[in-house]
Write a protein that binds this ligand. Structure first.
Ligand SMILES: *Cc1c(COP(=O)(O)O)cnc(C)c1O
Length: 385
């Protein structure tokens, strides 16, 4: 009944985790869910009020334009200048998205012919690979190895593959590894892109979620980036707005135009009241960002204590709300997740859920309160593994 593209989808591990979690909850266990990459704190009040105000305006009720309201794109351009130091033309270099996932899933349709290659990191946010498969493209996996700082080794990409590749997906600060990329890496990527005529799609969903004085750059900051690529951005993580479905893409106008052509034919843009709430998020007080980062730093440091108890040796991450923890000897990622869930009531995501090179790790999200994390830590202390 289903198409091959649906039948050939890899099994959705997260559904299996949800089932296992539900079984444990049914037994009456007080489960602490450190599995989800979804902020637990509410959207700032001023943003909620802006939605309410805007939704009352009948002019906001009709089909939006697929490129986004000019006022939203202007606000995004201004935000990029203020937060990341990048000058953008709001008309040609900013495109509103219905969440960045939408842009990521759609962009292969604009550039990949059947059988053409997209370079995909592994472990990674699953949408890069699935979006490529849905466009009948061929994913070529770039392993992210700890010994390389979880950066892809560009020299390890065979010359013929590099020449045939149309797209490369990247994401720093990184989900799930929480790795950050040094400037030199982005410079090498741009050289690679020019040499091989590959379009770079950098997913910068976590640019604002940084700790210990680290500031994440925009990919567009580096010489030549604007010639070869775009950056996906999202209000989801920065302003606790995952449910609102609002993001945007910035960068090379021709590439954005390609994505826009797909969008005109598939969706009809983001609800204008949500775009206006997004403007308020980007133009209102930005204190919420540093407040959230303080909170995540506390939670991170609390969880680090528990990981030590388990004999897991990992550096505190400088960005993202994830801890990518190596699994102790004698276990694999599914095995450790199972023990954590069944013997301690803690949900952590097995690394293989993000690709084969995620094996050997589990991902903890810092999306629960310090109190709950401390409770998890206490349970970890009693766990024998
Ligand atoms: C959360 C996340 C996104 C954001 O998705 P939205 O569709 O904007 O909510 C994008 N990329 C990565 C890697 C993420 O973890």
């Amino acid at each position: 009944m289903y198409s091959e593209r649906i039948n050939n989808l890899p099994p959705y591990l997260f559904a299996a985790i949800d089932k296992a979690k539900a079984r444990v909850i049914e037994k009456g266990v007080d489960v602490i869910d450190l599995g989800v990459g979804d902020p637990d704190m509410p959207t700032p009040d001023n943003v909620i009020r802006a939605l309410y105000r805007s939704a009352q305006n009948p002019n906001r009720h009709q089909y939006p334009s697929y490129t986004g309201m000019l006022s939203f794109r202007e606000a995004a351009a201004k935000w990029y200048k203020e937060h990341l130091g990048i000058e953008l033309d709001p008309v040609s270099q900013v495109l509103t998205l219905i969440g960045s996932k939408e842009g990521i899933a759609h962009i292969p349709l604009a550039f990949i012919n059947p059988g053409e290659i997209a370079l995909i990191p592994d472990p990674a946010y699953p949408v890069y690979k699935i979006g490529t498969l849905f466009a009948d493209g061929k994913p070529f996996i770039m392993p992210l190895l700890e010994e390389n700082g979880f950066l892809p080794d560009l020299d390890a990409i065979p010359k013929d593959v590099a020449k045939l590749a149309k797209l490369m997906f990247l994401n720093y600060p990184n989900n799930p590894t929480s790795a950050i990329a040094p400037d030199k890496f982005f410079e090498d990527v741009i050289e690679f892109a020019k040499e091989n005529e590959v379009i770079i799609v950098h997913d910068n969903a976590y640019s604002e979620m940084t700790f210990d004085g680290y500031k994440a750059p925009s990919f567009l900051k580096f010489d030549g980036a604007m010639d070869v690529g775009i950056e996906m951005h999202s209000l989801s993580k920065t302003y606790n707005m995952t449910g609102w479905r609002i993001g945007f893409a910035v960068g090379n106008a021709e590439i954005l135009d390609g994505l826009g052509k797909v969008k005109t034919n598939i969706d009809s843009g983001a609800f204008e009241a949500v775009q206006e709430a997004g403007i308020t998020a980007m133009q209102g007080p930005q204190q919420c960002i540093s407040d959230m980062n303080k909170l995540y730093t506390h939670r991170r440091d609390a969880l680090m204590v528990g990981l030590k108890e388990l004999g897991i040796d990992v550096q505190p991450p400088k960005a993202t709300f994830y801890i990518w923890a190596p699994v102790p000897e004698g276990h694999d990622s599914m095995g450790l997740s199972k023990i954590l869930l069944e013997e301690a009531g803690i949900v952590a995501t097995p690394g293989v859920g993000f690709g084969e090179y995620g094996e050997g790790y589990v991902r903890f999200s810092l999306t629960r309160s310090v109190e709950r994390i401390n409770e998890a830590v206490e349970r970890m202390g009693q766990l024998k593994i």
